[in-house]
Write a protein that binds this ligand. Structure first.
Ligand code: TRP
Length: 360
């Protein structure tokens, strides 16, 4: 028998379609790691309710759109398991237990939460569920006992909290010595591995405003569904401040981040860097056009695969994929929960989650 593959868990909150920042930050990694790891990809639809509790229709639509984007990118439901958060009760149960292991002040010091409160202008009127989601994210991850969590840079604070919770649980309920090295927790009798974050090749892709991180809410994103014309137009708006074709340019500007991120021919990248930095008769417009072409080349096969899910009946295909994922994810999540409850001396009975034949 081949030994089981190490596991990955990661996911997205369904707040809109995916853009190039998601691709280089995490999705590209997920697609590449599907063969070497047992992969779980989570749609955090419960988290979407933290700030949009009054918009269930939008959340449902975004959920389907995200899965379409994943399938289009090459996430393969035969090899990976797609996990719909709201249908995995073990996640909610573990969240409750984990909430006892983290000081409330520690949660509120999580820099990702703080940034979100500022960016979304939540002030002091966010819901109780808003900080709770950070505890929930620890459960999203640990319920699958993964070794690796491929995420964008903004998620690192959540992974750090997850690692703290995993250590604490292992120490309190599994008797693991606090001096144990992170890599040795399971060997030392712990239930949870201490998972590591893995950030994509570009941690922070700038948006087409040339300033902020690419983000749907800042209106500076190139979506995976954008046509070549839209890509060209959006890149055309990227401001560099350079005045003429012979002005030496800064190859650390956001235009050149795009050049290095999307032009595959390394020789060509070097040529462009050389010409730009010396001001050798090369216009920003020309470079933008070349980048736009490279991006559209990357997006063409993605959009071709997506077309299958966009026509009539597309949503039903996606819902089938989601149901299949729920069935595959449930036993893995239930197994962890049962072991966690056993460690917590809560093993009074055992249960099985069942599904009806027609999938509904
Ligand atoms: N918070 C993540 C985001 O907004 C989504 C998410 C929820 C997630 N649970 C997760 C990511 C677990 C990685 C692991 O992008």
């Amino acid at each position: 028998m081949t030994p089981p593959k190490p596991r990955i868990l990661t996911g997205d909150t369904p707040t809109g379609r995916l853009h190039l920042g998601h691709w280089v930050g995490s999705v590209e990694n997920r697609v590449a790691l599907q063969d070497d790891y047992e992969c779980f990809f989570l749609i955090a639809n419960m988290h979407a309710f933290t700030t949009r509790a009054d918009k269930p229709g939008e959340i449902r639509e975004s959920t389907l759109e995200i899965v379409k984007d994943w399938l289009a990118c090459g996430i393969d439901p035969e090899r990976a398991t797609i996990v719909l958060q709201s249908e995995i009760p073990a996640i909610v149960e573990l969240s409750w237990y984990f909430a006892m292991l983290i000081p409330f002040n520690r949660v509120m010091r999580n820099p990702t939460l703080k940034t979100e409160i500022d960016a979304k202008g939540l002030g002091d009127h966010y819901s109780f569920g808003f900080p709770l989601y950070a505890v929930g994210q620890c459960a999203d991850i640990l319920v699958f006992r993964p070794e690796l969590v491929p995420v964008g840079e903004d998620q690192i604070a959540h992974i750090e909290m997850t690692r703290e919770v995993a250590r604490k649980f292992n120490q309190v309920y599994c008797g693991v010595d606090p001096q144990t090295e992170d890599a040795d927790y399971v060997k030392a009798g712990g239930l949870f591995p201490i998972p590591a974050a893995k950030v994509g090749r570009i941690a922070r892709l700038a948006g087409t405003d040339g300033k902020h991180k690419m983000s749907k809410s800042l209106d500076n994103a190139i979506f995976l569904t954008d046509t070549p014309k839209q890509v060209k137009k959006k890149l055309g708006q990227l401001y560099t401040g350079r005045q003429s074709m012979d002005e030496p340019g800064d190859i650390n500007n956001s235009l050149f981040q795009f050049v290095r991120a999307f032009i595959k021919d390394e020789q060509r990248v070097k040529e462009l860097e050389e010409a730009y930095s010396t001001g050798a008769n090369i216009g920003d417009g020309h470079i933008k056009a070349e980048v736009a072409e490279a991006i559209s080349e990357l997006l063409a096969p993605i959009q071709e695969r997506r077309a299958r899910y966009e026509g009539p009946g597309g949503d039903d295909l996606v819902i089938d994929v989601i149901r299949e994922g729920i069935r595959k994810a449930t036993p893995a999540a239930e197994e962890t929960l049962a072991l966690a409850k056993q460690a917590m001396k809560l093993d009074f009975t055992s249960r099985a989650v069942s599904f009806s034949e027609d999938g509904r």
